[in-house]
Design a protein around this ligand. Structure first.
Ligand code: PEP
Ligand code: MG
Length: 315
């Protein structure tokens, strides 16, 4: 049913009535950065930095990291780039750091928790990011993965500000962070919801288990309710809420996320044209209506059906 005209959309992300929604790419390497930067999109909403750290005998040096970050920042020119500090642990173990086995790695020392244990790694990464920012003057924003508390948020925000980096945020991937978003957002400049992990931790369902796809469905009303709670924190503090999990790359769900109050969507770069086209067909008030229906629905299937009922016929 998708028309050729939709696939060929270009320009800034916005609803039909002109509410701007930044459309951004998720990237993982300098190669990805160059590829995404060549496309019609507004920057990167998630630069995963793990590739520098995994499957190595030693941690990457300050010089190596500075060089790589500089390369990535340069690729985007004056467009925004949201860098996520190291999100190792769980399914991405650090071979050079002997941290021992864990019984439940997904609930263990991962994300910022690992950075707080191996503070040397986090500090070196932040120093490299600050140097690359100094060298390029790029629109850099730095965020931490797997944050659950205000103390963690304060710890991270202080480090980023002390390093002279201009903007700091945290990811909302743990339900606790969504529930406490107003407090968290009083400390940082923005948050970005990682729907992949937020689904996993909301539903207590391992995201690597294909059989649990139904629980991990981002249309689950419980997940949408946590997105809503996060956006309420955003409204209360006047700070922006983005989404950088896979959910943001689904055109129909993107409308719901926007209706809940999300102002940027970061996704695999190939998905941007379809999401842009979906936004252009719908007024913001329609997105809000979709969001209200989806959150009120009794099941994930019912949520999707309710939204399908009011979607533009060309989508
Ligand atoms: C997420 O959890 O939604 C996310 C964007 O981070 P990752 O997929 O890298 O864990
Ligand atoms: Mg995650």
């Amino acid at each position: 049913r998708r028309s050729a005209a939709l696939a060929g959309s270009s320009g800034e992300g916005a609803t039909r009535d002109g509410k701007k929604i930044a459309l951004l790419a998720n990237i993982g390497t300098p190669e990805d950065a160059k590829n995404a930067a060549g496309k019609d999109l507004e920057g990167s909403g998630l630069f995963r930095t793990e590739f520098l750290f995994l499957e190595r005998d030693q941690a990457p040096t300050l010089a190596e990291q500075t060089k790589t970050y500089t390369e990535v920042f340069e690729a985007f020119g004056d467009r925004r780039i949201v860098v996520r500090t190291l999100d190792a642990g769980a399914d991405k173990p650090l071979t050079f750091a002997d941290l021992g086995e864990e019984e439940n790695p997904a609930l263990g020392r991962r994300g910022l928790r690992l950075g707080m244990i191996r503070e040397d790694l986090l500090d070196t990464q932040i120093e490299a990011l600050a140097a690359a920012y100094q060298a390029t003057g790029a629109d850099v924003r730095v965020m931490a993965p797997m944050v659950g508390t205000l103390e963690e948020t304060e710890y991270f925000a202080k480090k980023i500000r002390d390093a002279g980096l201009p903007k700091v945020g945290v990811m909302v991937e743990v339900p606790a962070a969504a529930l406490r978003s107003e407090h968290i957002m009083s400390i940082v400049d923005f948050v970005s919801i990682g729907t992949n992990d937020l689904s996993q931790y909301t539903m207590a369902a391992d995201r690597m288990q294909g059989e649990l796809a139904n629980l991990l469905d981002p249309w689950q009303p419980a997940l949408l309710q946590l997105v809503k709670a996060t956006c309420e924190g955003g409204r209360a503090t006047g700070k922006p809420v983005g989404v950088c999990g896979e959910a943001g790359g689904d055109p129909l769900l993107a409308l719901v996320l926007v209706g809940l109050g999300v102002s940027s969507l970061s996704m695999a770069s190939g998905r941007v044209p379809a999401v842009r086209a979906a936004l252009r067909l719908h007024d913001y008030a329609t997105c809000q209506q979709m969001a209200a229906y989806a959150v009120a629905a009794r099941t994930a299937t019912a949520a999707k059906e309710a939204v399908m009922g009011i979607v533009h016929p060309n989508l």
